[in-house]
Every structure is written in C-alpha cells, then in structure tokens.
Design a protein around this ligand. Structure first.
Ligand code: UD1
Ligand code: UDP
Length: 374
C-alpha cells in the first residue's frame, strides 16, 4: 500500500487540497493517506477544514500573531521531522507557494519521500513579486519529483527549467474541483448556511456589490493605504454600489483597513467568510477587486470581472482572455477602472464573459490516477 502525507497550512492551500484528500480517501484500499496541517493559519484554516469535514492526523499548530518568515520556516521544518520519521510516507504532497509549501518540500526531501507539487509551474519571473511566493514555488519546483500543473503555460514554465516532461502532468486547477464540491453541497437538500443567511440580511438588494479581498505582503504599508483610498473614492462616487470586504486576519491588513474604512456608509467590513459563503458572495457580486491568487482563478469561471491589485501575475490565462485586469495599487488606476466597469455596460459585458482556463473539476482524479500508475 502506498503511503501518502498531504501537508498544508493556509486557507487557499486547504481549499485546493481538500478535494485531493477526498479523492485519495476514496481509494483507501490502494493508498493510506494522512493529513498534516502546519496551521500557518489558524481560524481561516479551521473554517475550511470544517466545511470539507477533514480531520487532520497531525496538527502542528504553529501560527503566532504577526509571525515572521524566518521563524515560521524554521518551525515548520523542525516540527515536520518527527512526523516524517515516524510515518515514513512514500509520497508527500505540497501545494502552491506559501512558506508551508517551501518548508514542507524541504523537510519532505530530507526524509527521502518522493515529493509532489500541486499547482506547479506558476511564475512571474520576478522574485520580489509576489513576495515571497515566487521564490517559494521555485524552490518547491526544484525539489519536487512530480509536478501537477494547472495549465499548459505552467507546464511550459517547468519545461523551460529543464524538468523532465514525464514528471509533469497538466491537471487543471484543483480549485475548480473545490468550487464544484462547494456548489453541490450548498445546493443539496437541507443545507443551511448561517453565514449566507447573515449576508442576505447585510446586503442591500437594490445596490450592486463590489467584493474586495486583499492580503499580499508586497502591498503591506503604502499599498494598503492606497487601496483603502481608492475604495473610499469608489464608494463616494457610486451611491448605487455597496462594497463588501471580508478582511484578512493579518494585522498588517486589519489595521489600515479598519482605520481608514470603518464607518463609511456603503462599505461593509466583515470577518473572513467560510468557503461556501464566500462563493455565494462572489456569485452575488457585480465586480471583484482583489490581490488574491485563488479568487483570480474562481471569478472568471463564475463570469465576474476582476480588477487585480498587483503589478505582476503568474496567472496570465484570464488576463489574456480579458476577464481579469491588472491595476496595481495606484489609486487613480483602481478608481478609473472600477468606475468604467460600473458605468460602461459594453466594457462590463466584454469583461464578464464566462471563461474557465483552469479545468473541469477532474484535477484530483488525474493526480490520483497518475500516482496510482507509478
Ligand atoms: C499567507 C501566505 C500567502 C498566502 C496567504 C493566503 C506566506 C509567506 N504567506 O499570507 O502566500 O497567499 O497566506 O491567505 O506563506 N492570521 C490570523 N489567523 C489566521 C490567519 C492569519 O490571525 O487564520 C494572522 C496572524 O497574526 C498571522 C498573520 O495573520 O501571524 C500572518 O499570517 P501568514 O500566514 O504569515 O501571512 P499571510 O499574509 O496570511
Ligand atoms: N476565500 C474564502 N473566504 C474569504 C476570502 C477568500 O473562503 O473571506 C477563499 C477564496 O474563494 C479562494 C481563497 O480563499 O479560494 C483565496 O485565499 P487568499 O486570497 O487568502 O489566498 P491566495 O489565493 O491569494 O493565496
């Protein structure tokens, strides 16, 4: 029996690894699969585990308030050692580009396991943007034995780095698997979600929703001050709009956002939402403004235009298709593009076409099949 250890630590990794955990659990005659969470995130990770009904076998419980990259990296590697030595997995799975991804891939390599990278090959070719994610995923890419790329573009990036072609599989992004799971569960008989009911009470049905999220490290400081100025201006100039902003729990985000935006009448600041409520809110929105990676992948498949508050992207597919626009953190750029989308229907319709370059929801089955045939 092949032994798997699936390691993740933050909200987006959990959302995108949850369907893989479930896909391996379905094959428990062939695989023994254990889940290890570093808990680089705590509350935001637990929200995901609860929704997907995943109980981790190992919980490193590492999150500290306002943690830093140095100690987090060291803590993850140190805490994984006894688990890897005790369980001795054949395959370790890491996801994406967080500190958990990079540190867990190093620890897994030290243990002698074969290391698998889910969402492999995304690149901006700028090691400072996104920081530190571009370097995290490059390190993981160098270490990993098997690479599951969401698109042909990400596969090509790995080929350009001399990764062996048979070790790369294009799967689509597992986030589409997660979206489909979430929609099926939310639409199933008897499912009631308290957060969705609360959102329905909060939202004014006569106003259009602009949904906002943001957390990128390179936007901390001036970037977030600019983002808040822009949101304030959009709210002031568009009375028929309500901005709904589930604020990331990072104190470097909470502080400027609550200081600059609390109390403005058509801006609602709310805590991070669990996945089903967030998907519901994306669907209910007119426009999304974000610096998130995952949201950039989900929104085009829901037909929602996205303004991305970043200067670089490792996800060119939706930009090329015209459903996503990079606006950086320049106040005028954010305000002008948002106003155009809010007031020019032709432009809006062009950007809101349904587009799904990230797969058909079978990414996890493809991964399981590939590992099964090794
Ligand atoms: C991390 C990842 C980033 C990913 C993002 C997803 C790194 C370096 N950064 O950024 O790649 O895109 O997660 O959201 O890996 N906090 C809480 N509760 C939580 C989560 C965070 O209180 O559930 C607070 C804590 O004070 C924590 C801080 O946020 O110390 C920062 O968390 P951290 O994971 O280091 O950085 P993120 O900005 O969340
Ligand atoms: N998300 C969520 N609740 C929220 C905001 C986002 O469940 O309040 C989901 C979103 O649908 C996406 C993921 O979290 O799947 C993105 O996480 P984040 O933006 O924190 O990280 P990134 O994708 O940028 O690494």
């Amino acid at each position: 029996m092949k032994k798997n250890l699936i390691i993740f630590g933050t909200r987006p990794e959990a959302i995108k690894m949850a369907p893989l955990v479930k896909a391996f659990f379905k094959r428990n005659g062939e695989f023994e699969t254990k889940v290890c969470i570093t808990a680089q995130h705590r509350e935001m990770l637990d929200q995901v585990l609860q929704f997907f009904e995943i109980v981790p076998d190992y919980d490193l419980n590492l999150m500290k308030p306002n943690q830093n990259l140095y100690t987090l990296t060291a803590d993850i590697i140190t805490a994984l050692k006894p688990i890897l030595e005790d369980y001795q997995p054949d395959f370790v799975y890491v996801h994406g580009d967080t500190t958990t991804t990079m540190a867990a891939s190093i620890a897994a390599f030290y243990s002698g396991a074969q290391v698998c990278h889910v969402e492999a090959g995304l690149r901006t070719f700028n090691k400072k943007s996104p920081f530190p994610e571009e370097m995290n995923r490059s390190v993981a890419g160098r270490i990993c034995d098997f690479h599951f790329s969401p698109t042909l573009t990400s596969k090509q990036n790995l080929l350009n780095e001399n990764i062996n072609e048979p070790n790369i599989l294009v799967t689509g992004n597992t986030v589409i698997d997660a979206l489909q799971f979430s929609s099926a569960k939310v639409n199933s008989e008897g499912f009631i979600d308290d957060e969705i009911e609360t959102l329905k009470e909060l939202i004014n049905p006569t106003k259009r929703i602009v949904l906002v999220t943001g957390h990128r490290r390179e936007n901390h400081g001036d970037g977030f001050i600019n983002i808040c100025k822009a949101l304030k201006e959009i709210a002031e100039k568009n009375d028929d709009v309500q901005i709904i902003y589930p604020v990331h729990l990072n104190p470097n985000v909470q502080k400027p956002v609550y200081e600059l935006l609390e109390g403005i009448k058509n801006i609602k600041l709310i805590p991070p939402l669990a996945y089903p409520a967030f998907v519901w809110l994306m669907n209910a929105s007119y426009l999304i403004i974000t610096d998130s990676g995952g949201v950039q992948e989900e929104a085009p498949s829901l037909g929602k235009p996205v303004l991305v508050m970043r200067d670089t992207t490792e996800r060119p597919e939706a930009v090329d298709a015209g459903t996503v626009l990079l606006v950086g953190t320049d106040v005028n750029k954010i305000v002008n593009q948002a106003n155009t989308l809010l007031n020019n229907k032709t432009f809006y319709n062009r950007m809101s076409t349904l587009h799904n370059p990230y797969g058909d929801g079978t990414a996890c089955e493809k991964i399981v099949h590939y590992i099964s045939n090794l």
